[in-house]
Design a binder for this molecule. Structure first.
Ligand SMILES: [Zn+2]
Length: 353
């Protein structure tokens, strides 16, 4: 089968590789759609996981298959799998954890010391024709929503988890910095949780237009006075929750901190590529909170599918382009690292196109 393999920095290639077959408790998924994630761009640019590294749970050295946001249909099931059958549409939760460490035992598997991703640490990848995963990772997905929406569950779960971490709810005002897949996913998740006013700060006109169409109070931070906008929206109080989904750095950290009301929560949900300076005294009398949000749990993944099935979250408007697997690098990754970052939100890749 055809599969994208990330060989090194700026080096992803489509190879012909043997298909894997499901062992006991596993299923083979014929991939329909796989999304390109911001973390895929960082993996491609910086290649932080060396090929010699063997993840303890996957037990494979690199180079690995690529792509971790994917949906598809069950093609075959291994021994002992009774919950899924060939033809079923599934959204795959692409994570592994050990299930035995203190974090796992606390119910926080996303904080497991051995947390890993199919498509990053081993196990093949979504940018391929088929992937073998544990049956528990293949979540049945509503046929009427379709495989494209199924490929959006993973990135939406990142946003859902961050929205839960913030504890934002009805009556709160939120600031989301960055209108990419996670920022706009946050907009959808926050609104599903009853947060009516979500200010999205995003310099790209097309992303801002989409944010506004999805119900955001969309602001261009390069031309508008965001602080004045926040003051107007909150009667001078400041926002209850802020999310940095941009990863820009000091400027966006400072903006989020200044926008936040005393006691408010600032959630870091983006990957930053350098340190940010934090004045601890600024937290003392304000009782503001700075918290991280990483990935999601299996429960988050199930909740997102339930929200989609109930019609409370529809991530499909975030899909901006659909490309074939052969064009993953030129029309997908290189495009997003270039001018595409201002026009695209989520690019989906299909091995069938
Ligand atoms: Zn663990």
């Amino acid at each position: 089968m055809k599969a994208a393999i990330l060989e090194g920095a700026q080096d992803a290639r489509i190879h012909e590789v043997p298909e894997r077959e499901p062992g006991p408790g596993q299923v083979k998924v014929r991939v329909e759609w796989a999304g390109i994630c911001g973390s895929d761009l960082a993996l491609y640019q910086y290649f932080p996981v060396p090929n010699e590294y063997v993840h303890p749970l996957f037990g494979e050295h690199g180079p690995h298959g690529f792509g971790h946001e994917f949906s598809g249909r069950i093609e075959a099931v291994g021994d002992g799998v009774t919950s899924l059958a060939p033809g079923d549409l599934v959204a795959v939760r692409p994570n592994v954890w050990d299930g035995t460490c203190p974090a796992c035992l606390r119910g926080e598997p996303n904080l497991c010391a051995e947390f890993g991703f199919i498509g990053i640490n081993g196990g093949g990848g979504g940018f391929s024709e088929s992937v073998v995963v544990g049956a528990d990772a293949a979540h049945p997905f509503p046929e009427e929503l379709g495989a494209e929406a199924g490929a959006m569950v993973e990135s939406t779960s990142v946003a859902w988890h961050a929205a839960k971490v913030s504890e934002a709810g009805q009556g709160d005002v939120a600031l989301v910095i960055g209108g990419g897949p996670i920022g706009l996913g946050l907009l959808l998740c926050l609104r599903a949780r009853g947060v009516e006013r979500v200010i999205v700060s995003e310099p790209s006109p097309s992303r801002r237009e989409l944010a506004a169409a999805l119900g955001a109070d969309a602001v261009d931070p390069t031309s508008a006075d965001l602080a004045a906008h926040v003051a107007e929206a909150t009667g001078g109080a400041g926002v209850d929750v802020a999310f940095d989904a941009s990863g820009v750095g000091q400027a966006t950290y400072d903006t989020a901190f200044a926008a936040l009301r005393p006691g408010g929560v600032n959630v870091v949900v983006a990957q930053f590529h350098g340190p940010v300076s934090v004045d601890l005294n600024s937290y003392l009398m304000s009782e503001k909170n700075l918290v991280g949000s990483f990935a999601y749990t299996d429960e988050d993944f199930s909740e997102v599918i339930a929200e989609m099935a109930a019609g409370r979250i529809d991530p499909r408007p975030l899909i901006s382009s659909r490309i074939g697997l052969d064009h993953l690098v030129d029309a997908g990754i290189e495009h997003l690292l270039g001018g595409g970052r201002n026009t695209e939100v989520k690019i989906l890749v299909s091995p069938a196109l």
